[in-house]
Design a protein around this ligand. Structure first.
Ligand code: PLP
Length: 491
């Protein structure tokens, strides 16, 4: 009998990871006592806790935390750190054209259409500084501005308006809860298109819990914006993860390759900002790319030169833009891996499995799961206990998770996005109160993430005993979650 026939008759089993370990780093073992003492010494602020003492999973961020592939490590050695026009500049130009479309990076174009920055936010800063000079009372609408994007828009005197999909907080079973509310966009543009210099779409929608955006939504937003003569921009940090969701869940895309889907997504954009620390699979790097002869280019002809001015003042020669020539090489390789289907199936599948495990433990996590993180609903977690909103249970939870089990997660809820009014002594709260477990790319195995869900379950079973915290420093400061110190308080 033929071997292929024999094989066909056998049942299928679960798949292995699509890669194996090339090099490993042993962690420094720590004790709960050592972690607890260290955490107390930094006022329970997990951002200030030494990463070397995180003996479990470090789920603080998926940004810049990717484990690089052997090809990326090898490419570092081929990096050329020349001041002008390093080797990587040309390779990156070719790769950006290949991944996103031929119009987005023309080497040494005059005027330029591709701008490198050391990460995502300086690209946002340069863009919004230039846009902010174009007029007064300007509004930048989005499906959900990331916090640095919002801060850069506001720092330049403009309004950052997040038009989240009504599906995001509702009970809908939509697979594209990251969509922009196009009805709200339509109303805004009908009322005041002249005050809208750009429409932004963040893919995936990080502030909207990493939920993806559908192709239909991108198309509709582009049509609306273009109808009013307004360019459409992407915040493209997680473009490949977004494309994977489109392939899985949007009708008509199941048979298309990820590369085709990415090209179609970007066919709607007149430009994009990107942090290569996410789907670039690199540890550093960012950029801003304009469609050559696209609407943005035509409408704002003075902006490209302003952008290059900003690069020269703040980042160095535009051909490396604050990224070392070696790191540029890792971005080139990273972009090639990011759109591979077996990589994305594993990546998105790992986050989903982690979330499902939490659900299986009856933990209140947000569904459907997005691409890069699992979000735990802090209010539901403490439901039935004495924890009050201004007790900041999310901070208590992340502190205990780190001290007791060595896993680091991040409160993105009532403390991070709330505000304290020093006059009334009262706190105001954002709509959601989450702890986020962001999963770094290619770094952890399922066994590691299972340990996290077990630890969260153990804390959930003891939730009555988790004490509140009070801020001892920084409650009134902007971006207070990075700066504040806390102590556990008696109830
Ligand atoms: C959606 C989004 N936009 C922009 C940024 C900013 O990028 P960077 O951290 O490289 O400055 C981030 C970072 O997390 C992000 O998630």
């Amino acid at each position: 009998m033929e071997l292929t026939k024999l094989v066909e008759g056998l049942p299928s089993v679960s798949a292995t990871r699509p890669y194996f370990n090339h090099a490993v780093e042993f962690k420094r073992p720590t004790t709960t006592e050592e972690r607890a003492r260290m955490l107390e010494s930094v006022g329970l602020n997990v951002f200030m806790f030494p990463a070397e003492l995180v003996s479990g999973c470090d789920l603080l961020s998926d940004s810049g935390t990717t484990t690089m592939t052997n090809k990326q490590w090898a490419s570092l050695h081929e990096g050329d750190v020349s001041y002008g026009s390093n080797r990587g500049y040309y390779l990156l130009a070719r790769q950006v054209r290949e991944t996103f479309g031929p119009e987005f990076f023309t080497e040494h174009a005059a005027p330029p259409n591709a701008f490198l920055f050391h990460q995502g936010r300086p690209a946002e800063s340069a863009l919004f500084t230039a846009i902010g000079r174009l007029g007064r009372n300007l509004t930048i609408p989005s499906n959900g501005h990331f916090d640095t994007t919002q801060a850069n828009i506001e720092a330049n005197g403009m309004r950052a308006l997040s038009l989240f999909s009504p599906d995001l907080n509702g009970g809908s079973d939509s697979r594209f809860k990251g969509d922009m509310d196009v009805d709200a966009l339509k109303k805004l543009l009908q009322a005041s298109a002249a005050n809208v210099p750009l429409v932004f779409i963040t893919i995936t929608n990080n502030t909207g819990w990493g939920q993806p955006v559908s192709m239909q939504n991108m198309r509709e937003a582009a049509e609306l914006a273009h109808h009013h003569g307004i360019p459409l921009f992407f915040d493209a940090c997680r473009f490949a993860e977004n494309a994977w969701f489109i392939k899985q869940h949007e009708s008509g895309y199941g048979k298309k390759s990820i590369s085709e889907i990415v090209r179609e997504m970007f066919s709607h954009a007149d430009g994009f900002t990107i942090s290569f620390k996410k789907d670039g699979l690199a540890n550093m790097g960012g950029g801003l790319f304009l469609r050559r002869n696209g609407l943005f280019f035509k409408k704002y002809p003075a902006v490209p030169d302003e952008l290059i001015g900003s690069q020269i003042l703040k980042e160095g020669n535009p051909t490396y833009g604050g990224i070392s020539g070696r790191d540029i090489m890792t971005i080139v390789e990273g972009l090639k891996t990011a759109t591979r289907e077996e990589y994305l199936a594993h990546r998105i599948g790992q986050v989903r499995q982690f979330g499902e495990r939490m659900l299986g433990e009856k933990l209140p996590v947000v569904t459907p799961f997005g691409g890069h993180a699992v979000y735990l609903d802090v209010n539901k977690f403490f439901d039935g206990t004495k924890m009050r909103p201004d007790d900041f249970g999310g901070i208590s939870l992340t502190a205990l998770l780190l001290a007791a089990y060595g896993h680091r997660a991040c409160e993105l809820g009532y403390f991070a996005f709330g505000k304290h009014d020093p006059k009334t002594g009262k706190e105001s709260f954002p709509p959601n109160n989450f702890v986020r477990f962001a999963v770094p790319r290619l770094r952890y195995e399922q066994q590691d993430l299972e340990s996290v869900s077990e630890a969260v379950k153990a804390l959930h079973e003891s939730r009555d005993k988790i004490p509140p915290v009070k801020a001892t420093y920084g409650r009134d400061l902007p971006l207070r979650h990075f700066k504040a110190r806390f102590e556990f308080a008696a109830r």
